[in-house]
Design a protein around this ligand. Structure first.
Ligand code: GRF
Length: 200
């Protein structure tokens, strides 16, 4: 299966997926909307093709998304993986990749969609927090949940400590979800519920 990974920054989740060396998965390209994303250097070092579609070069979301889709489609991916990709995508874009576009979000969705999830979790006083891999649908940080990881919120936690604890789990569950997809085990039913073949 051919995979395109979209990043905006350091791309540690992308690195975890690359390093997982998933049998049957070929990382066709890593694409960034920011020319300075440090994740691009990692990908290039690994001999993975990289591309930049700079959102600043486009007048609006729709034209940016069209350019991005054009770039992605050049690699004919079976799966598009958002890994710290920090742009909100248009409905048209999301529809184009329906069922083969996944994202990781640093909270236990449906709690804390959007930004600053670790700060908000601390403010809310939750005792557990975590990360979610989900299929992308038109509503931001919604969409059928594929896998979640839970971490405790510990006394003395600050945003950075909590973020690091969650990130370690992200690096475990995102490659796992990609492996399930590549193995053809993931599907979504009419109710938007995810089924994992071979699970219980
Ligand atoms: C991760 O916490 C991811 O869940 C969130 O942004 C962060 C990106 O980190 N969407 P990285 O670029 O994968 O290192």
């Amino acid at each position: 299966k051919s995979i395109v990974i979209l990043v905006s920054g350091r791309g540690s989740n992308m690195q975890a997926i690359v390093d997982a060396a998933i049998p049957g998965a070929r990382i066709a390209a890593v694409i960034s909307n920011r020319p300075d994303a440090s994740g691009l250097a990692f990908a290039a070092e690994r001999g993975i093709e990289t591309a930049v579609v700079d959102h600043k070069a486009y007048a609006d979301r729709a034209t940016f998304d069209q350019a991005l889709a054009g770039c992605i489609d050049g690699y004919r991916p079976d799966l598009v993986v958002l890994a710290g990709f920090m742009r909100v995508l248009t409905d048209d874009f999301v529809r184009r990749y329906e069922g083969r576009l996944i994202n990781i979000h640093p909270s236990l969705l449906p709690s804390f969609p959007g930004l600053h999830t670790h700060r908000r979790a601390l403010e809310a006083g939750v005792r557990v927090h975590g990360a979610t891999v989900h299929f992308v649908t038109a509503t931001l940080d919604c969409g059928p949940i594929i896998v979640q990881a839970v971490v405790p919120v510990l006394p003395g936690d600050d945003e950075a400590r909590l973020a690091a604890r969650v990130l370690a789990q992200e690096h475990r569950i995102y490659p796992q979800a990609v492996r399930w997809f590549v193995d053809g085990r993931l599907s979504v039913d009419g109710q938007g519920r995810v089924h994992l073949a071979g699970e219980g």
